[in-house]
Design a protein. Structure first.
Length: 682
């Protein structure tokens, strides 16, 4: 990584997508004379989550951002539109009908996998229907009258029980930063009209993921961390400990034996004596009592994967093909078992490997042959797996030779910058850039960044840079990747600096790299000069010409402090915040997002704050509008920084960054699944 490399962009991606309609308001609108026309860049790379076949009909896969794909053979795939905007998490079929479910209350149905209809959930509940006995404050009392809506339901599992479709998830509403969740089961015979049965069990609330629903021998079960709930009539539920206590991704059965697969990331504590960090396979014959397979009782530390060697490799999918169970393992691996008890790895043309050398908190998302398997379908003719980065792979039943038939090109995008005539979005080891105002985009996905993780990014005077970490021969190396012309990027490793790069910022007409010791600066991104700096560097976020607002980043704790510059020096602001995500000056005041608050100030010293529950990630100002990019495909829009409108655009993924392109007079938004939105004020 100590040599400078120049690589030309290879893949030109055209932009074709229409913007979806604006939905709903959060509060009284700030009178907006101008509207923003949003267009979406189609870099289709959304994760798939599940796959199913209905009888002898099409094989259908569903995933994030309303993604639906179908195939009659598993080799040739077509995408079809969803009637709702949502992240689709699961799909089931009964031989005549498909049903897919997801967040935002998404429940859709189809008879052929091509044309889909949205279903409706019948519900009439308030927070008080479940929390009325636990009112402890005035905030609680105010929340008791709040009604749940279908959009408050996030469904994660769906099954066919032999006569009805059942779907399970969490219904939750946030009132003044307090969440009020309840687990729910919905039931339908036709996939269109659904009845709701609340499963009011506190044991089912919590955990990294919602519980998994399955039906076994006429009884419905919900597996959630340490607990399993069960019911034969879907109204009265019993709960007991399951013996698992970890995250379950998928469950399969051969009619007699159940197999659950997932991930055990427990650290040392009351449940385990040593950190696990391993994929898991559990089995049960009654759905209530579960036993882990292939665990080595003598294993220590992170090697507690046992005979299968699943250390640091999550097991994402499992299916029964009529003769055997097949499990899909992280990074392209597979295992099989005829009885669900004895498992062996499959010797494929892509052997799975772990990320052990980069640590458990540096999991990287791969596509192609290394894609994680999130869903798996198998019969006597083929095996099809769907997973990360929109990847679909197929194989003959022996699973020795796999073929990638669909693959996304762009990983999750975490940042976007605009400077001069260029716009650049950054993701996990991928760079997407435009030089025509966001009309056409080039994807830069070099081999040298395949295992890299990007952190801070910066742009100044048409020069761009990103600070990242790469795995080099089992060691983590910090680097700077920079560019001063479209399509040409240069690698700068620790050898070019006096110490390791920690952060990169946009300074005054130059890029600034905070080193472990000292600072390096560059005006062209190619040549760097290093100097010793005794005081921590402050990144400027906004200025009115006299006063500037910035943040001082602590790279060790990942926190930062809001700072104010009064013309002579930087000083800590009166407003205390652990995480400052961005700030703008709109001509009248500073507007910043800090922690879960929108804060405003006319002088940079005295701040007013307003809390919300949107999951705000970035802020930008341009064309007389202030926009905040939030989770779940939401934009907040305002003209005065006080009254905000919620804008739901044609995506359901988290929006990670936003920038105003002053050259092209447009907003550019980045998001997960390779999402890019281009907004032009009319």
């Amino acid at each position: 990584m100590n040599s400078t490399s120049r690589r030309r962009l290879g893949l030109l991606v055209a932009l074709i997508v229409l913007w979806g309609s604006v939905l709903g308001n959060q509060s009284p609108a700030s009178a907006a004379a101008t509207q923003i026309d949003w267009k979406r860049v189609q870099l289709r790379s959304s994760d798939f989550h599940d796959i199913v076949r209905s009888g002898k009909g099409n094989v259908v896969a569903v995933g994030d951002d309303s993604t639906i794909a179908y195939s009659d053979s598993g080799d040739n795939w077509n995408y079809t539109p969803s009637p709702v905007i949502a992240n689709l998490r699961a799909i089931a079929a009964n031989g005549k009908r498909y049903v897919a479910v997801g967040d935002r209350g998404a429940v859709i149905t189809s008879t052929n996998g091509k044309q889909w209809t949205a279903g409706k959930i019948k519900l009439d509940y308030t927070v008080g229907d479940f929390r009325g006995q636990n009112v402890r404050s005035s905030k609680d009392r105010a929340a008791m009258k709040v009604k749940y809506t279908q959009k408050d339901v996030a469904l994660t599992s769906v099954v066919w029980d032999g006569s009805k479709f059942l779907a399970y998830g969490i219904m939750s509403v946030k009132v003044e930063e307090i969440s009020y969740p309840v687990s729910v089961l919905i039931v339908s015979q036709d996939g269109v009209s659904w009845s709701m049965y609340p499963v009011w069990k506190s044991e089912l609330i919590g955990g990294l993921e919602a519980g998994k629903l399955f039906v076994h021998k006429g009884t419905a079960f919900i597996l959630q961390d340490k607990y399993v709930a069960y019911s034969s009539d879907y109204k009265k539920w019993n709960v007991q400990k399951s013996g698992i206590g970890v995250t379950v991704h998928k469950i399969a059965t051969n009619g007699t034996r159940l197999v659950a697969v997932g991930w055990d990331g427990r650290l040392q504590g009351s449940d385990v004596k040593q950190p696990r960090m391993t994929g898991i396979i559990y089995t049960s014959t009654d759905g209530l009592h579960w036993q882990e397979l292939n665990r080595d009782p003598n294993a220590k530390g992170n090697s507690a994967a046992g005979k299968l060697g699943l250390s640091r490799l999550s097991v994402g999918a499992v299916s029964w093909d009529g003769n055997r169970f097949i499990a899909g393992i992280e990074k392209g691996g597979f295992a099989q078992s005829t009885d669900g008890l004895g498992w062996t790895f499959v010797d494929t043309n892509q052997q799975a490997e772990s990320d052990a050398s980069t640590g458990s908190f540096f999991k990287k998302k791969y596509g192609g042959m290394l894609a994680n398997s999130n869903g798996l379908y198998a019969d006597q003719e083929r095996v099809v797996t769907v997973g990360s980065l929109g990847t679909i792979r197929t194989s003959l039943p022996d699973m020795r030779e796999w073929k990638v038939v669909v693959e996304g090109k762009v990983r999750d995008l975490s940042s976007v910058k605009a400077s001069g005539s260029r716009i650049v979005a950054f993701g996990e080891g991928v760079i997407v850039e435009s030089r025509d105002g966001g009309v056409n985009w080039d994807v830069h996905n070099p081999k040298e960044l395949e295992r890299a993780y990007f952190y801070s990014t910066a742009a100044v005077q048409n020069v761009f840079a990103v600070r990242g970490i790469d795995n080099v021969d089992g060691k983590l190396e910090s680097f700077i990747y920079s560019s001063n012309q479209h399509g040409v990027w240069m690698m700068h490793s620790g050898g070019e600096f006096t110490s390791k790069p920690r952060e990169v910022y946009a300074g005054d007409k130059q890029l600034v790299v905070k080193l472990l010791e000292g600072t390096a600066v560059s005006t062209d991104g190619s040549t760097w000069s290093t100097k010793s700096v005794s005081t921590p560097y402050v990144e400027q976020l906004a200025s009115n010409g006299r006063i500037a607002i910035g943040r001082q980043v602590d790279a060790e704790s990942f926190s930062n402090v809001l700072m104010i510059y009064n013309g002579s020096k930087w000083a800590a602001s009166k407003h205390t915040a652990n995480i400052v995500r961005g700030a703008v000056w709109d001509g009248r005041q500073f507007i910043a997002i800090a922690d879960s608050q929108i804060i405003t100030s006319k002088n940079g010293a005295d701040w007013k704050s307003t809390s919300n529950s949107y999951g705000m990630n970035a802020i930008a100002y341009g064309g007389g509008k202030i926009l905040i990019a939030c989770d779940k495909g939401t934009l907040l829009e305002s003209t005065d920084g006080v009254r905000w409108e919620e804008r739901s655009v044609s995506t359901a993924v988290d929006l990670t960054d936003i920038v105003w392109d002053s050259n092209g007079k447009k907003f550019i938004v980045s998001g997960k699944g390779g999402t890019i939105l281009v907004g032009s004020p009319k």
